[in-house]
Design a protein around this ligand. Structure first.
Ligand SMILES: C[S@@+](CC[C@H](N)C(=O)[O-])C[C@H]1O[C@@H](n2cnc3c(N)ncnc32)[C@H](O)[C@@H]1O
Length: 197
């Protein structure tokens, strides 16, 4: 299931710690990239475990694939759509995770298109809401909230480095911080957003 980039990562283990594609993405567009290092294994595992029970997983801002790989490992029988905006990172994802449905697109586009999806859809997001351009952050947050309001079985799982909820939610939805992952640089809080039933 691993592509040629996975072999490269075994021969050059530093590529896992600091993938060149992430460094270039950070230099080109720091606001959208949001991080210089990939998510740690501990954070990726915690995000992947939060998707337990899903009928469909949609990963937003899949980046270098740290969380994608953990999702494929933890939830091998659940269909996974991995969304990444930046073409070089999306290419890398296609190579390293050929069993995922990788889409090079904006999160908003993909989530809007899934508004009528059946079953329990879990959104697993690494989107950097705090650094995204204000308009993109606001339009994306509005779209995710609209998606969750349709069905209380759906949820969004989002990590953040800040001590507060990733973004403001309307009254029908509620944030809950479910854990803090200390083995990540920097430590990250995992938050879940769901409709109040
Ligand atoms: C914090 S980084 C990725 C973290 C990822 N878990 C990893 O370990 O590589 C956030 C990613 O979100 C992507 N991104 C930013 N805005 C996006 C959008 N509107 N739609 C989809 N992806 C987006 C960036 O290109 C970046 O790769």
């Amino acid at each position: 299931m691993w592509g040629k980039d996975y072999d490269k990562n075994l021969v050059q283990p530093w590529r896992n710690f600091m993938p060149v594609e992430l460094l270039i993405a950070m230099l080109r567009d720091p606001a959208s990239t949001g991080a210089l290092l990939p998510s740690s294994r501990a954070l990726a595992r915690a995000m992947a475990n939060a998707a337990t029970g899903a009928d469909l997983i949609v990963e937003l801002g899949a980046g270098t694939g740290a969380v994608t790989r953990a999702l494929l490992h933890a939830q091998p029988h659940v269909p996974l759509i991995a969304v990444e905006l930046q073409p070089p990172l999306a290419q890398r994802l296609k190579a390293c995770c050929p069993t995922a449905d990788v889409r090079q697109a904006a999160a908003k586009e993909v989530v809007d298109a899934l508004i009528d999806a059946q079953g329990k859809v879990v959104l697993i997001s690494s989107l950097p809401f705090r650094s995204l351009p204000r308009r993109v952050a606001s339009e994306t947050a509005t779209c995710l909230c609209r998606f969750l309001e349709r069905n209380p079985a759906r949820k969004l799982v989002q990590f953040t480095y800040q001590p507060r909820a990733p973004f403001g939610a309307p009254p029908g939805l509620q944030w809950q911080r479910t854990s803090v992952v200390w083995r990540n640089t920097p430590p990250a809080g995992i938050w879940e957003l769901q409709a109040v039933s």
